[in-house]
Every structure is written in structure tokens, then in C-alpha cells.
Design a protein around this ligand. Structure first.
Ligand code: ADP
Ligand code: MG
Length: 473
């Protein structure tokens, strides 16, 4: 995949710890960054922001979770004129989830400016309300290539005033076959514009995309470096027959609260899910067959700690921003060492330690050799016999997700739900976890031991003055 490194390949260590106030950012944005506790730039931000803020086209490559969103968000917000009611920036993303994440980050970073309107335009929602919102005017649109294309075809989206085009998760968009859609959209943007391309990996298609749609781009690429002591890697030898059962054994031994289990194929994902569920482990999977609402529910449950294991292929897990992951399990060894590094980099974030556990059959040993060469260190092999499963206390996630029918449409806000639970219902703040409001539903994580009572009390009481339907997922 990466035969040649661009000259600007950087090592994260050299540019860590720079402050945002070295950059030409507005006082409002600097204040917002301080409120958000973004104290220093992440390495990809430090490497790309000076180039992007100066107006150059850019190709930036860095692993998932390295802060790429803020790198382009700060650039496009800086170049935006809030008094001009026209679409000045557009971000293309591969999926609705990623578009939602980008929109959220943009909203957070834009909060010092008045009334910057940001619209998300993705499939899965009806066109008409999106068209109405566009008529009211927007400064920034974030969306998937297919839906943006639909709007362009119907003339409901005008790009004449566009000055910044962002291709986010470009590798994933190519994986999903969006090349032609991206090309359609890019050709309808003004020639005089800035184009920023962000990607976690650098497959061949990226160079083609860049040649066609970027002008003299500067490249920054961050070599992946994990702080070795934060991610503890262990390898276990298994047979084809014992592999899936062993995942359960690992979970019962290490007892991580949240684990991402990577399989090489969707078939393997399905089989593993079945095995884990028969072992009584709370596992869910992400795959292309799920409807959007089901996907949302899976991600919400995993992020709020009411699902222990998320089983996924590399494609399904790409780009998801999941904090607090105690373990990554490589159920299959990947043939691509770069993907191995990418997978294990999901754990051991911030100041936390993480486990990277890999199951390997004899037939896969050559893949481990390739990984070893890339890492430059010997793999640590451990014996399956050393694993102890503590069956007395089953592995249950700490939280349970309650679904309340009614969401943004009913103007429910997180505070309303927190208020209902800690007010009349009498629970403590500590017993309530993450609250996520979607268009139709609100999801709230509550401590497992109060789940039943919480359903009962919420159903009997009121949220925002109304009776609501509640169920545990
Ligand atoms: P990527 O797009 O590279 O996968 P994200 O942009 O989703 O990564 O960022 C990952 C997380 O890091 C987000 O939760 C974001 O809020 C946070 N983050 C980004 N920049 C900073 C920073 N400078 N300091 C602290 N946290 C940051
Ligand atoms: Mg991203």
C-alpha cells in the first residue's frame, strides 16, 4: 500500500504539544477551544493547520481518532463569512454517522460565532425537509456524496459561493464506491476553491482523486506510532475450531468493559456474534444489512457502555470515534500489517492502557511475521491455559440503555431526561450515564441495577410535562 512516503512524513513525537494560539485563529475560536479543553494541537492538527489556514490544498493522512475533524473544521470556520448567507463550505463523508459526528464537532467549534447554519444532507431522510432547510440558507453543508448529488441534480443546492471543499474519510468513500459521485460533486464546485482531503490510509485511488480535484496539494502524513507501554499486545495460538470460543474466554479473563472485536469477513462477524450471545455476553455487530435506526442503536449502546463487545469488520468500524475502549481483539489476523496497527490504535487512548489481543492459527503465522517486521519488536505469545474465566460474576456491561419514544422532534433535551430521573424518580446523577437524543427517540444509559425501576418510574412519571413510552433495549 505505502511504497513511498511523501517527503513531509512526520513523526508524531516531533510536533506534539504545540498550542493553538500560535495559529491565526479568531479570539472567539481560541476561547471555544479553551472551553472544550483542547489544550494543545494533536500532531495532525499541528502539521496540517498552518498549511490549510494559509489557503493551500492539502492531503492529510493520520489514523482514526487523531483529530482530523477539527483540522478541517477550524480551517473552514476561519475562512467563513457568517454575514454572507450562502453555502461557503462543504464536507463530504462516507456515511450518515460520520456526517453526524462531523456536524456535531463543527457546531461545537462554531459556537462563539453567531448563527452559523450547518446542514447535514444524507440519504435515509426525506428530501423535502432538506430542500426547505436549504432554501432558508446554510453556511456549511455536511453530507454523503449520493445525497449531495441528488440535491445538485434538482438544483436545490447552490455551490456558487463555495470556497472550501473537504473530502473526509476519503479512503472509506473510495471503498464504498463513491468515486464517480465525488467526481460529479467536485466538478460542480467553483474552480477557485480550497480542497482538503483527509484519510486514515493511503490506497491508490487517493492519488487519482487528488490529481483530478486538488491543486498543488501539500501532503502531510503521520506515521503511526503507538506509545508502546500503553497498548499491551498479546498473541494466542488457536485452531480454526476453537477460535470463536476463545474470544469468550479472553473476555472472561481480561474483563474489559468495552471491546472492539475485528473479524476479516462479515460471515465471521455473524458467527462470532452467535457464539458470544450463547455464552451470555452482551455483544452486537455492525453490518450493512442493518437499517439506519438499528445502526444508531448499536453505536449508542456501545458508546454508553451497555454493550460489552462490538463485532465488526475493518470497513464497518472505520472512522467511528469511540472513546474508552479497554480492549481490541483481532479475532482473525489481518493480512495487512498497517491494518493491524490501525486496529490496535483504537485502544490505549488518552492516558489509559489498553489490551490488543490477537488469535492466530498456524496458517496465519506468516501474517504475524509481517506484523512483527513492521512493529520492529517480537510478539509476546501467551498460553491459552493461563486464562482464567471467572464464571461466578458474569461479564455484564455496567449500564443498560433505555429508549424513550420521542426525541428532537418533540423538543426533548438531555436535561429533561436527566431531570426526570434525578427529580421525581429519585435517582442520583451517578446512576445516569450518557443521554443521546435522536430525531424520534431519546436513549439514556442507566446503571444496570436500577434499569427496571427506572423504566417503571419514567413510564409512570413525565418527561417535559408529557407521559412517555419507555423500554430497555
Ligand atoms: P479523526 O477524524 O482523526 O478520526 P476526530 O476528529 O473524530 O478524529 O477526533 C477524535 C476525538 O479527539 C474527538 O472526540 C475530538 O473531540 C477530540 N479532539 C480533537 N482535537 C483535540 C485536541 N486538540 N485536544 C483534545 N481533544 C481533541
Ligand atoms: Mg474523521
Amino acid at each position: 500500500m505505502n511504497n513511498t512516503l511523501p517527503t513531509s512524513a512526520l513523526s508524531a513525537a516531533n510536533i506534539a504539544g504545540r498550542l493553538f494560539n500560535e495559529l491565526p485563529l479568531s479570539p472567539g475560536i481560541l476561547a471555544t477551544l479553551q472551553q472544550l479543553e483542547y489544550r494543545t494541537m494533536t500532531p495532525i492538527q499541528a502539521a496540517s493547520l498552518p498549511i490549510a489556514l494559509a489557503g493551500h490544498d492539502l492531503i492529510a493522512q493520520a489514523k482514526t481518532g487523531s483529530g482530523k475533524t477539527a483540522a478541517f473544521a477550524l480551517t473552514l470556520l476561519t475562512h467563513l463569512n457568517p454575514r454572507h448567507f450562502a453555502v461557503q463550505a462543504m464536507v463530504l463523508c462516507p456515511t450518515r454517522e460520520l456526517a453526524d459526528q462531523v456536524t456535531q464537532e463543527l457546531r461545537r467549534l462554531a459556537r462563539s460565532a453567531d448563527n452559523i447554519k450547518i446542514l447535514t444532507l444524507c440519504g435515509g431522510s426525506t428530501m423535502r425537509p432538506q430542500m426547505a432547510s436549504l432554501e432558508h440558507g446554510a453556511h456549511i453543508v455536511v453530507g454523503t456524496p449520493g445525497r449531495i448529488m441528488d440535491h445538485l441534480e434538482r438544483d436545490s443546492l447552490n455551490l456558487e459561493a463555495l470556497n472550501t471543499l473537504v473530502l473526509d474519510e476519503a479512503d472509506r468513500m473510495l471503498d464504498m464506491g463513491f468515486y464517480d459521485d465525488i467526481a460529479y460533486v467536485a466538478k460542480r464546485c467553483p474552480m477557485k476553491r480550497q480542497t482538503l482531503l483527509f484519510s486514515a490510509t493511503y490506497p491508490d485511488g487517493i492519488a487519482r482523486l487528488a490529481r483530478q480535484f486538488l491543486r498543488n496539494p501539500q501532503e502531510v502524513k503521520l506515521l503511526e506510532q503507538h506509545e508502546e507501554n500503553k497498548i499491551r499486545q498479546r498473541f494466542y495460538e488457536v485452531t480454526h475450531e476453537t477460535r470463536l470460543q476463545t474470544v469468550g474466554t479472553l473476555l472472561k479473563h481480561y474483563r474489559p468493559v468495552s471491546t472492539l472485536a475485528f473479524c476479516n469477513t462479515r460471515q465471521q462477524c455473524r458467527e462470532l456474534l452467535e457464539v458470544l450471545q450463547t455464552q451470555g455476553i452482551h455483544a452486537l455487530t455492525l453490518n450493512g444489512d442493518l437499517e439506519q435506526r438499528e445502526r444508531d442503536q448499536v453505536l449508542i449502546q456501545f458508546a454508553n457502555r451497555s454493550c460489552s463487545v462490538l463485532v465488526a469488520t475493518d470497513v464497518a468500524a472505520r472512522g467511528l470515534d469511540i472513546a474508552q475502549l479497554e480492549a481490541v481483539i483481532n479475532v482473525d489476523v489481518t493480512p495487512d500489517p498497517e491494518i493491524y496497527i490501525h486496529r490496535i490504535g483504537r485502544t490505549g487512548r488518552a492516558d489509559k492502557n489498553g489490551w490488543a489481543l490477537s488469535l492466530c492459527t498456524l496458517a496465519e503465522m506468516r501474517r504475524v511475521v509481517a506484523i512483527t517486521e513492521m512493529l520492529g519488536s517480537e510478539p509476546e505469545w501467551h498460553d491459552l491455559d493461563t486464562l482464567q474465566s471467572n464464571d461466578e460474576s458474569p461479564l455484564a456491561p455496567p449500564m443498560v440503555t433505555l429508549q424513550i419514544l420521542g426525541g428532537r422532534k418533540e423538543k426533548i433535551r438531555p436535561g429533561d431526561v436527566l431531570g426526570a430521573l434525578t427529580g421525581e424518580a429519585g435517582f442520583t446523577r451517578e446512576q445516569v450515564g450518557k443521554i443521546t437524543v435522536t430525531d424520534q427517540s431519546t436513549y439514556v444509559a442507566v446503571a444496570r441495577n436500577i434499569a427496571r425501576e427506572a423504566v417503571r418510574k419514567l413510564s409512570a412519571g413525565k418527561v417535559k410535562g408529557k407521559t412517555v413510552k419507555v423500554r430497555a433495549l
